[in-house]
Ligand binder design. Sequence first.
Ligand code: NAD
Length: 349
Amino acid sequence: MARAHARHRKSRSPGATREGRAPRRVVVTGGAGFLGSHLCTALVDQGAEVLALDNFVTGSPSNVAHLLHDPGFRLLRCDVTDFVHVPGPVDLVLHFASPASPVDYLRMPVETLKVGSLGTWHALGLAKDKGARFVLASTSEVYGDPQCHPQPESYWGHVNPIGPRGVYDEGKRFGEALTTAYRDHEGVDTGIVRIFNTYGPRMRPHDGRAIPTFIRQALLGEPLTVAGDGAQTRSVCFVDDLVRGVLAFAASGHPGPVNLGNPEELTVLRIAKDVLAAVGSASAIEHIALPVDDPKVRRPDTTLAEELLGWRPRVPWTDGLARTVEWFGQASLEDESATVVGGGAPRTA
Ligand code: NAD
């Protein structure tokens, strides 16, 4: 499979940078995670040389198994909160390392703050050292439980710094401030993307996010656990659309922040019902308590992405859901340990 993949690599570059220079060598932190692995695949497909750095706390080498024998790809086990050293030139650093699901960051609060702060600092240092463009994977969580709907990039957010989600939200907000400081004071060509909920193949069945949880429960014939009455909304973007947006943004040279997400708003209850239909499951829906500080609404204003990048999501929800359900149908749904999927590095203190 890896060889076939290598054979089909296109010579086209993943897109010119602002100066028209193609990013030949790309470092992807968190490259063995859900989004990171799809980014690595797209970049290798487009002819880039990719180095993925990952400590496997929530990702797994199995996510990039199809790339491991490709001459354009290398995976290095590395905790980016430690020193990051990469020999040779680097054109682009995509900083995607961070636990991303509430289950993960509540289990690893200090690690999450460290990767949002120290990890971002080290990844920025790498970009500065190499004269590379840097893109921070920020999040719609910087808007917190928003008082403004939909959320444009100009909205400052409504975040509880000492609530349980603060470790993730504030880590990302600090990362944005640090990225901006490196742009303004250290001369680094930085960019910030604020990613809204994204779904697709390679999400972990036990990562706690609504779509993989519902699909796992539906496939196993268990009740689908909907938080509250399910009237809260989410906007969900299929991973292929998101990857296309991130690479277009990386090539644009724009500082951002730019929202990337699907503006189609769905209630959590509707997502659960659509999963039941897509799986063909007769599972019941069970209502459980709402998590603390759970956002009631979430929808990106994607005007800037459309104007700047000509980007908008193309994959309809029902198609993306069908592709995700198909992938989960072939994945292992077994209970995972409380720590790591696919084995992993010891957690930092
Ligand atoms: P993920 O958990 O699947 O991937 C994160 C990866 O980072 C994993 O492979 C993990 O092992 C790695 N990692 C974590 N800490 C690390 C460290 N200290 N050193 C090296 N590697 C480390 O999550 P994802 O959904 O792919 O999210 C990727 C990025 O995108 C994250 O920064 C997340 O905050 C951001 N994001 C994702 C979404 C989404 O819907 N998936 C939404 C908003 C933002």
